[in-house]
Structures are given as C-alpha cells and as structure tokens.
Design a protein around this ligand. Sequence first.
Ligand SMILES: [Zn+2]
Length: 159
Amino acid sequence: MNALLLGLQQGYTKYCCFICEWDSRARSLHYSRKNWPARKSQEPGIMNVENQPLVEPSKILLPSMHFKLGLIKKLYKGLETKTSRLYFLREMFSRLSEAKLKEGIFIGTQIRELIKDEYFYTLLQGDEKAAWGNFKFVVKGFLGKRRIQNFEELVNNLL
Ligand SMILES: [Zn+2]
C-alpha cells in the first residue's frame, strides 16, 4: 500500500523500501550490512520510482506490529544455529513450516508465547540473552498499547 501511494514500482523489486535504498536482491549483505543510505528523491525513473508520490514519505506511520515482526526475524537470524534451540522451537511451533522456521517468520501470538517461555531464555547465551531481554522490554514498553517514559532508552539498548 505504501509503495502504491508513493508511486513505487510494485512486486519483488530491487529497491523496494520507501525510506532507504535497501537492495532487496543483495542477499549476501542481509543481516551483515547495517547502513543503507536514506532515499533522498522520489523522482520518477530513479530507484524504482514510477510515479509522483501522492503523500509525503515522512507522513507515513508504520504500524508497531510490523516493527515487532521485523525485529523477531532479525533476532532469530542473529541467533547461532544450535540444534537444541532449533529442536525446541520446532517442538514449540510444530505446525510452523520448515521454510518459515528457517526465515524466522513468526506471528504475534507465537512471539508472545516465546516471550513468556522461560526455557527458551535459558537456551540463549551472552549477547543473545541481552538482546532477547531488550527485545522483551521494547515489546512491552514501546510496541504495546502503552508507551513508557524512557522508551527511547529501551530502543537504543536493543539497537
Ligand atoms: Zn529501508
């Protein structure tokens, strides 16, 4: 919908993000490259822009659920693949397809279950544990119904 409003080309395109010049085909750079330059112009003919945008990109608010889905995916991909952990997740979400498990595609209820699960937390180590703890705080204090006062700090910790 955002792409449509902003006059971006539809479908599986190379520069699909309306905020940055993220190259969706640069698979080898996913989860390793952290900075993608911000998209400066929305001129037709450049970086998959087909038409004049109908709205200001800065006026687009992304739903917090989408942040959550993206964050869990990143966290999951950042985890070291350990058999005990994979085995546990496979048991927990036995109806989740292998492909979704591989790519870290979880839905809201599954994220909630995972957050509540104490055993999953014990399977994590070091940085992973810290990242998971911060993720929990961000979900509770920033992405939920209420936003706590120091949410900026929480988000910075997670980053
Ligand atoms: Zn982007």
